[in-house]
Design a protein around this ligand. Structure first.
Ligand code: NAP
Length: 351
């Protein structure tokens, strides 16, 4: 089976998630048959939007239950698949009580479990892994030590730990594990996507993704009295889905791919929403000086260490590999922000 055959069956893990839902939609539109794993296919709130996609593409989408923490759960959904898209992993950065259990175990054990199933499934020729730019860096401050203040795919996050940016640590461990497992065999190869903060409309009505909580926090008045000078490397969710498919079907694709359109600050996000949708939500009114953010950090759910290492530092990523190898033409980030804000308002998600 060649990998660029769009009539083949492919597997998407965590298919109900914010990013994966667009991937499933585009795969179905391209003619692929999709085996989609979710944690509970009877949970309508989580899979309702996938059921609609299934009705639009009869016989092309099948849902399977699979948990990252259960060895062997991915064997049955992977049967006969040529390509595996492994997206499932928790994207939670606030309110963590036990990062080891909530982040590291599902990210790391989950990657092992999915790739162990790949090793047992002869039909699989390629795995596309959803990693992140946080497998490249831990804190914005680190951009200062990069040539031209710009991160490339050659850089690895060496500073996160279970106590410092545990989500970043979970993604770094998981991606490293994937590279270790692929290098121990020769049948299948690995292509990795490293997206920045993903923005843009959600097809999933229910998701724990920090993409959604970040937008809600900017729109719902939480930051009304002021926003920190915090920059995010950002990218549109539809571009991320497209890049995954191109990374899967382009025989020559290999290695890591930074998926970042450009960096955007909290106030730039607020301004873009205000311009397109004036008066529709309670946006931050101004940017707060770093010293104030540092002082009130514990009250706003941030650590002072995070503020010290991230607030006030610009951050840049080199996206040339994705542009050249995957032929990406990233959409303007303001467009992603505005379409995301519209979807949040249309779906009545603002408190
Ligand atoms: P999301 O909507 O929360 O999706 C996460 C998916 O992982 C969900 O389907 C979730 O299932 C699944 N999952 C979590 N724990 C699981 C477990 N123990 N067993 C099986 N499935 C489990 O978040 P997202 O933003 O789309 O993130 C998807 C991927 O993109 C993640 O790998 C994330 O690290 C990566 N990423 C995201 C961004 C971003 O800005 N959004 C940026 C870079 C990389 P449930 O719905 O049942 O919880």
């Amino acid at each position: 089976m060649t990998i660029n055959n769009s009539t083949q069956t492919v597997l998407v893990t965590g298919a109900n998630g914010y990013v994966a839902s667009w991937l499933v939609k585009y795969l179905l539109e391209d003619g692929f048959t999709v085996n989609a794993t979710v944690r509970d296919k009877s949970n309508q709130d989580k899979v309702g939007h996938l059921m609609i996609l299934g009705e639009q593409h009869p016989g092309k989408l099948e849902l399977f239950n699979a948990d990252l923490l259960n060895d062997g759960d991915f064997d049955a959904p992977m049967k006969g698949c040529g390509i595996v898209f492994h997206t499932a992993s928790p994207f939670i950065v606030r309110g963590l009580k036990d990062p080891q259990k909530e982040l590291i175990e599902p990210a790391l054990k989950g990657t092992r479990s999915v790739l162990d199933s790949v090793n047992r499934t002869d039909s699989v020729k390629r795995v596309v892994l959803t990693s992140s730019v946080v497998a490249i860096f831990s804190d914005n401050q680190e951009a200062q030590s990069q040539p031209n203040g710009t991160f490339t795919e050659a850089v690895w996050n060496t500073t996160s730990s279970i106590d410092r940016q545990p989500y970043n640590y979970s993604k770094t461990l998981a991606e490293k594990e994937a590279w270790k497992i692929v290098e121990a065999q020769e049948r299948w190869n690995l292509v990795v996507m490293n997206p920045g903060l993903v923005l843009g409309p959600s097809l999933a009505k229910s998701s724990a993704s920090t993409s959604l909580s970040t937008m809600l926090e900017i729109m719902d008045g939480t930051l009304r009295t002021g926003a920190p000078d915090l920059a995010f490397p950002a990218v549109d969710v539809r571009d991320v889905a497209t890049a995954h498919i191109r990374g899967a079907v382009n025989e020559a694709a290999n290695g890591r791919h930074i998926l970042v359109t450009e960096s955007i600050t909290v106030m730039q996000i607020a301004k873009a929403i205000h311009k397109a949708l004036p008066g529709k939500c309670k946006l931050p009114l101004w940017q707060v000086p770093k010293i104030i953010v540092w002082l009130i950090a514990p009250l706003s759910g941030l650590t002072r260490d995070f503020v010290r290492r991230n607030v006030g530092y610009p951050i840049k990523f080199d996206n040339q590999r994705a542009i050249k190898e995957l032929n990406m033409d990233f959409m303007p980030i303001d467009e992603s922000v505005v379409s995301h804000a519209k979807q949040i308002l249309d779906d009545g998600l603002l408190k």
